[in-house]
Design a protein around this ligand. Structure first.
Ligand SMILES: Cc1cc2nc3c(=O)[nH]c(=O)nc-3n(C[C@H](O)[C@H](O)[C@H](O)COP(=O)(O)O)c2cc1C
Length: 304
């Protein structure tokens, strides 16, 4: 059983000051926040695209006594793509607290006294710093029940970006994505299939993937990669999602799913519907599965 490190909690006296520090020093911005209605405490999770690791900044109302977040007895380490550039920023911020030029690293101190080690992004750190795609694939599930809470806009942006980064035949990118947030439209979309799309009625968003087959004869594969990448990024970001087949299916009113969706979303005639990704914050944590070792029988060595 391998535990996956996902965040480290730090207590902060001045939340705004700490948010400003981490954004300027390490490009970490707010991903989500939580706390009771009475405002007695707030937890803000911050992170960036460099890894899935997050810091949880915890603020407690009324606290004035300094926190002990480990001081110089423990530290968090960050790699940066350009050590000199990072050093210049940190020098200007006045937060460098220790340097070890011989080892090519230095430390900065956050507003609450936590030491952060700054390292160059060398090849030997890459296996630690990279996002674990296989772990994300292991955890991916189709999620069809949503809590009704809105998807944080940064997470929706990440999901869209994952789709836009997709490989495509000859790099032609024949696809277009239509992001639907309007409740009435989502409810109508839920009837684009006789069955299999009902979850859209409770979804917070749908991303409809269409393509122009004239632009590339690999349009179906290209759209499927966009879908797979967005589905995976959603799962890795803690957003529930489910793939809804668009081609060769019928709407509840007897029209083809493609015609139904094209009319509803005013899609130009040249485009074909490939599929739809329904998205919402999960009602409950998805049940992850153990890897099915029996699947290895599907892999053939040298000949079928
Ligand atoms: C090409 C494709 C089409 C799918 N179409 C639908 C669909 O129309 N409705 C639905 O509820 N799930 C759909 N799914 C989700 C599958 O049912 C789901 O991936 C499968 O049951 C395995 O479950 P898992 O994703 O949780 O591993 C589709 C998945 C793929 C890859």
């Amino acid at each position: 059983m391998n535990g996956k490190a996902i965040h480290r909690c730090l207590h902060v006296l001045d939340l705004d000051r700490s948010l400003d520090f981490y954004e300027r020093a390490l490009g970490m911005t707010e991903i989500r926040r939580m706390g009771p209605e009475d405002g007695s405490w707030t937890n803000v999770f911050i992170g960036n695209d460099a890894s899935g690791f997050q810091l949880e900044l915890t603020w407690n109302r009324g606290r004035t006594e300094p926190y002990d977040n480990g001081g110089r007895d423990s530290h968090l380490a960050f790699t940066v793509p350009d050590l000199d550039a990072a050093h210049a920023i940190h020098e200007q911020m006045g937060c460098i607290c220790h340097e070890n030029a011989k080892m090519g690293l230095y430390f900065i101190e956050d507003p609450d006294g936590c030491w952060l080690e700054i390292l160059p992004r060398k090849a030997e750190f890459a296996p630690q710093g990279g996002v674990d795609v296989l772990a994300a694939l292991d955890e991916r599930r189709s999620v069809r029940h949503y809590s009704g809470k809105p998807i944080p806009s940064e997470l929706l942006e990440r999901i869209i970006r994952a789709g836009l980064c997709s490989a495509s035949g000859r790099g032609r990118r024949p696809w277009e994505l239509i992001v639907v947030r309007d409740r009435e439209t989502l409810e109508k979309l839920a009837t684009c299939r006789e069955a299999g799309a009902a979850m859209l009625a409770d979804a917070d968003a749908a991303i409809v993937v269409v393509a122009d087959p004239e632009v590339s004869d690999t349009w179906i594969e290209d759209c499927a990669i966009v879908m797979a990448n967005m589905h995976l990024e959603a799962s890795a970001s803690g957003v529930g999602s489910c793939w809804i087949q668009g081609r060769m299916r019928q709407a509840a009113d007897g029209r083809s799913t493609g015609d139904f969706v094209a009319e509803l979303l005013e899609i130009p005639k040249a485009y074909e519907l490939e599929s739809i990704l329904s998205l919402g914050m999960p009602q409950e944590a998805a049940v992850t599965r153990e890897f099915d070792e029996g699947l290895r029988a599907k892999v053939h060595a040298e000949r079928f």
